[in-house]
Design a protein around this ligand. Structure first.
Ligand code: NAD
Length: 344
């Protein structure tokens, strides 16, 4: 069993679900359902959050099996952890990751957005590579079982040669729409070349040194493979976190909701979904933790690690840069210091 510690006991760590949820959408629920992982420690600055966690999740774990800490540093100093899950808000990722990367952890599951600037993400990535610690960024919808299967089927030619992938998500670029950026890459590939975007600049008070986080109106992502990605933001009419995959032999519509999946052949005829053999729903967190555990057993790198999160993150920051200066931005983005208050 791999020993897991969570830093930050907020919504995504624990509050979006509870132990009775069959498909929990949170780290704690996923770790609990994954047969290869044990939750042994949690840390949060807030007493209220720890108390709430103990009351909600305590009964879902063996008695006294979880140790509670006030800070990430205290937990890392006192525990021997295999996997650390970083679930604090974006502007705190960099500082917490510095601490985690000093420890002897074997894998880090980092919440999106990876960081608030490309420089932050570069530094984490370099240190992690030196220490051979994989960082897996949680674009959580990626691990929906039907999406993982459709990703394989599309790679095997389900819609022929993929020409375009259109993603729909009206939201702030790094904090929310980044899930959709990953979903576009899930079907288009992780080899982006340039981005041309229109954005809403965003506003409100942000801490000194930061710029407000913009939201996306629309963008075009050019991939080295020749595939075009289109991110439809605020002008989109479809629900968030969905994609259309347009190929030479057909068109696939899918998204986080399994029931949204519809395949049309090249003559426009709807294909019976049951022929796709799509797996049933499971907790995306359970699947992600299982992939991390499989990797630690000598298996493949988990999805959303290394080149994959780097590509998604580059697209996110290139989208902002393109929107702000009104030009197409080549990837890797030259401007790496722009600090965005990605606090979602
Ligand atoms: N994958 C998803 O679908 C999804 C959904 C929601 C949020 N998120 C991401 O998860 C992250 C957290 O968001 P949230 O809404 O759960 O946040 P939240 O504000 O609900 O909780 C964050 C918690 O971290 C604690 N904290 C901060 N610094 C700490 C430290 N150094 N040591 C210990 N505890 C610390 C805070 O006290 C707080 O309880 C963000 O990066 C956000 O973008 C992802």
């Amino acid at each position: 069993m791999y020993r897991v510690g969570i830093i930050g006991l907020g919504s995504i760590a624990a509050r979006y679900s509870n132990p009775s949820d069959p498909h929990p959408y949170c780290h704690t629920g996923g770790i609990r359902q994954c047969e290869a992982t044990d939750l042994v420690a949690v840390a949060d600055l807030s007493e209220d959050r720890k108390t709430e966690f103990k009351e909600t999740w305590g009964p879902g774990f063996p008695d006294q099996s979880i140790n509670y800490y006030d800070t990430d540093a205290e937990m890392l100093e006192n525990e021997d952890l295999d996997i650390v899950s970083v679930c604090v808000r974006g502007p705190y990722h960099f500082a917490v990751m510095q601490n985690v990367l000093k420890s002897d952890v074997k894998a880090i599951f980092l919440e999106k957005p990876a960081g608030c600037s490309l420089e932050e993400v570069d530094q984490m990535t370099v240190t992690a590579a030196e220490k051979r610690i994989p960082i897996i960024v949680d674009y959580s919808r990626h691990w929906a079982p039907h999406l993982l299967r459709l990703q394989e089927l599309v790679a095997e030619g389900l819609v022929g040669q993929v020409k375009s992938v259109i993603g729909y998500c009206p939201a702030t670029i790094l904090s929310f729409a980044i899930h959709n950026t990953d979903m576009i890459c899930q079907f288009a590939g992780y080899d982006p070349m340039s981005v041309s975007a229109h954005i809403n600049q965003g506003g409100g008070q942000v801490p000194e040194g930061y710029e407000p986080e913009p939201s996306i109106i629309g963008s075009i992502i050019h991939f080295q493979s020749g595939i075009q990605g289109f991110h439809v933001g605020e002008h989109g009419t479809k629900g968030a976190f969905s994609v259309d995959v347009l190929g030479t032999e057909g068109q696939l519509r899918t998204g986080y909701s399994r029931s949204a999946t519809a395949l049309h052949d090249k003559d426009g005829k709807l294909v019976d979904n049951t022929t796709l053999g799509l797996p049933t729903n499971q907790s995306v967190f359970k699947i992600a933790y299982q992939q991390i555990a499989d990797y630690l057993e000598g298996g493949d790198l988990p999805h959303c690690s290394r080149n994959n999160y780097i590509a998604v993150n580059e697209i996110g920051f290139a989208t902002i840069e393109s929107g702000l200066i009104g030009q197409t931005i080549e990837i890797p983005c030259q401007e790496r210091g722009r600090l965005i208050y990605a606090n979602g």
